[in-house]
Design a protein around this ligand. Structure first.
Ligand code: DP6
Length: 344
């Protein structure tokens, strides 16, 4: 009889971006980053894992299609969880053998949003994989360092609310961990709208994009050395004080610097499209109109915008979006407001 566990993990949206690795295998970043984890019921991955003595081999299905289980990052996560499980068993009761741990797994994972369109599908995906595997194998404790080895941004989806990924210094990556800055209940008025400017696959994935940036962009080095450390401190302060204007300004500046870094990469990488640029202009015009910063945009490795605002401004902004971006004229599609509170 198989043992079956199902879990979900939400997407996270970085407001201080991770871009660039110092170690490709362990996935160690060149700068710290900070994100907001979405509500569990919104954009999420759902993963079901079964173990059974009758399974001959490990297998995985993503959105209904079988994929190669030998993907190196998937193998890292499986290996690390099995290692912890074995260690735990031996610590608890040395007489126990590890037959249960050699059981094969069948993994099924589905997203409720477009994959690879810059909506952090790998973050929710690997966070969910690691969390569900841990449940299946009875492993507890710090799991963000394992999720990180699946996809860097995934380590931040292991926690709800406002989460920082501390870059760490050690070569073995033991201090490169995610940590909750504030819980999901901290800022209940904060809202997120996702504006889908395109649901197509991005031309350059983040993994290879950031590799080229590390090799060729001097702006990236400047950003990591001289900008992000101060920005992390300012962002944490803005979040703790619930200072929307400060939070919004830092978020937009960081998104812009990330995309400037992509442009500084050689050959350059373009993630924003015409609709993205129009969204940026509309946000600044809106803020200027009210004489205060009521909206912030941020874009990951794709053209879709994530807009932050306070609850009281949602209805009006929705009207603005419908006015400027009717779905039939730009192919864009307005998703919905997502309250920020969650836990993996
Ligand atoms: C622009 O975590 O997808 O979304 O570690 O190679 O899997 P890998 O990259 P990934 O990169 C995310 C980049 C980003 C910014 C962010 O989420 O911080």
């Amino acid at each position: 009889k198989p043992n079956i566990v199902t879990c979900t993990a939400p997407v996270n949206i970085a407001v201080v971006k991770y871009w660039g690795k110092r170690d490709e295998e362990l996935i160690l970043p060149i700068n710290s980053s900070l994100s907001v984890t979405l509500h569990q019921d919104q954009l999420k991955t759902t993963t079901t894992i079964a173990t059974s003595r009758s399974f001959q081999e490990d297998r995985i299905w993503l959105n209904g299609k079988e994929e190669d289980i030998n993907h190196p990052r998937l193998q890292s996560c499986l290996r690390e969880i099995r290692r912890l499980a074995r260690k735990r068993r031996n610590d608890d009761d040395p007489s126990l053998d590890s037959t249960g741990l050699s059981q094969r797994v069948h993994i099924c994972s589905v997203n409720n949003f477009p994959t690879a369109a810059g909506l952090a599908s790998s973050a929710a995906g690997f966070a969910c994989l690691v969390y569900t595997l841990a449940r299946v194998f009875g492993v507890e404790g710090e799991l963000s360092a394992i999720a990180r080895q699946g996809s860097g941004s995934a380590c931040r989806s292991m926690y709800g609310g406002f989460v920082q990924w501390i870059m760490g210094e050690k070569e073995d990556g033991k201090d490169s961990l995610a940590q909750q800055v504030e819980a999901e209940t901290h800022w209940p008025e904060l809202r997120i709208l996702v504006l889908v400017a395109s649901a197509e696959r991005k031309p350059v994935g983040s993994t290879s994009g950031m590799q080229t940036s590390v090799k060729t962009s001097s702006l990236l080095k400047h950003r990591a050395d001289s900008v992000v450390p101060g920005r992390m401190a300012d962002m944490i302060e803005a979040v703790q004080k619930k200072d929307f204007a400060a939070f919004a300004e830092l978020t937009m500046k960081d998104s812009n610097q990330f995309h400037a870094t992509c442009l500084d990469t050689y050959p350059p990488i373009f993630y924003l499209n015409r609709v993205s640029q129009q969204i940026i202009n509309v946000v600044h015009r809106y803020n200027r109109h009210y004489g205060e910063t009521r909206l912030a945009y941020t874009f990951d490795a794709g053209p879709n915008a994530v807009i932050f605002m306070l609850k009281q401004h949602v209805p009006e902004f929705v009207q603005v979006v419908q006015h400027f971006f009717p779905p039939e004229t730009n192919g864009g599609q307005f998703i919905k407001g997502l309250p920020v509170n969650s836990a993996a």
